[in-house]
Design a protein around this ligand. Structure first.
Ligand SMILES: Nc1ncnc2c1ncn2[C@@H]1O[C@H](COP(=O)(O)OP(=O)(O)OP(=O)(O)O)[C@@H](O)[C@H]1O
Ligand SMILES: [Mg+2]
Length: 319
């Protein structure tokens, strides 16, 4: 049984100006002890997908349909109590902006310790002791338990968020762009830290817009475009043998040694998700498009074992 199985998930934002189909029929599987990265441009629905898994989709967003099976149980049909026993304990989440998840008015030690007092029922003194130990695990001195979030750098705050998410040794860590605002050296140490947790048995759902970064550490990569999953497979499959023109475009946009980041390989912009193009959502930007692409939506199909793609060039037996 896979650890996490997302099946036909739809999450829409019901705004005054229309319905934003931010996650539209996405299915995805994460195995035990697996690192899966979700990659895609800004606004394609990565964070919304993560919020869905932890049932924290902000209004006016709503989970419209789908199932999220975690160790065989549907997270979406659990009552509040049952879900609360899983969030934090079995699933840890690091949010895109640590300032939104940390309480600015409380010392970070108390915020970490709270995980232990709430979930393990131990007293504050013992919990603070454990919080100090945990700060050392994430590469901070235990003195930081007395600091407030605003006294920390972005990288230090991100470490605190990771410490909180990992405090109860969850089976799954969801990390939403945990390194985006950080310089490359700090980024690397955070990635090492996450990889260390994976070695100890935690599965990772990592979210990034940076395919090159994802390729370094992941087992599998899921490429999202405009609310849809367009390609999924192992790193070797997706990076060395990309099948979707969007993935190919992302690969051409990775920085290379001889020049600046080249992004001209994908012309145009992602669509407005209130009114996405018909057929394949990528077709207006796709240089390989055929007639079919603007008329009908391609399904995600398996092109080789474990490698899935949603593209008419593959589905029609051509290409
Ligand atoms: N609270 C909200 N109300 C209305 N629309 C929203 C809301 N939050 C997100 N959206 C829309 O949903 C879509 C997906 O947003 P989301 O934040 O999930 O993208 P993302 O892939 O995480 O982007 P980024 O890389 O910039 O973090 C976007 O079109 C966005 O405008
Ligand atoms: Mg995001």
């Amino acid at each position: 049984m896979p650890l996490l199985e997302i099946d036909g998930l739809r999450i829409y934002y019901y705004t005054l100006s229309g319905i934003v189909k931010a996650v539209d029929n996405v299915s995805l599987v994460i195995g035990e002890n697996e690192w899966v990265s979700i990659v895609g441009e800004s606004g394609c629905g990565k964070s919304t997908l993560a919020y869905g898994v932890v049932r924290l989709v902000p209004p006016p967003g709503r989970i419209v349909s789908g199932r999220i099976m975690f160790r065989g149980r549907n997270l979406l049909s659990m009552d509040r109590e049952e879900f609360r026993s899983i969030l934090g304990r079995e699933i840890g989440m690091v949010f895109q902006d640590p300032m939104t998840s940390l309480d600015p008015l409380r010392r970070v030690g108390d915020q970490v310790a709270e995980m232990f007092t709430t979930h393990l029922g131990i007293d504050r003194g013992e919990a603070l002791e454990k919080a100090g130990e945990l700060l050392e695990v994430v590469g901070l001195s235990r003195d930081y338990i007395n600091y407030y979030p605003h006294q920390l750098s972005g990288g230090q705050r991100q470490r605190i968020s990771i410490a909180i998410a990992m405090s109860l040794k969850p089976k799954l860590l969801i990390a939403d762009e945990p390194t985006t605002a950080l310089d490359v050296i700090v980024q690397d140490t955070i990635m090492d830290l996450i990889e260390g947790f994976k070695r100890e048995g935690t599965s990772i759902l990592f979210i990034t817009h940076d395919l090159a970064l994802a390729a370094e550490r992941s087992d599998k990569i899921a490429v999202m475009y405009a609310g849809k999953l367009v390609e999924f497979g192992t790193v070797d499959q997706v990076v060395d043998n990309p099948q979707h023109p969007y993935t190919m475009g992302l690969l051409h946009s990775v920085p290379d040694l001889w020049g600046p980041r080249r992004i001209e390989s994908i012309p145009g912009y992602p669509p407005d998700l209130r009114d996405p193009p018909p057929g394949c959502r990528f077709h207006p930007r796709c240089r390989f498009r055929i007639d079919m692409c603007s008329r009908e939506e391609p399904e995600l199909i398996e092109v080789e074992e474990g490698h899935y793609v949603a593209c008419w060039l593959r589905s029609s037996g051509g290409g």
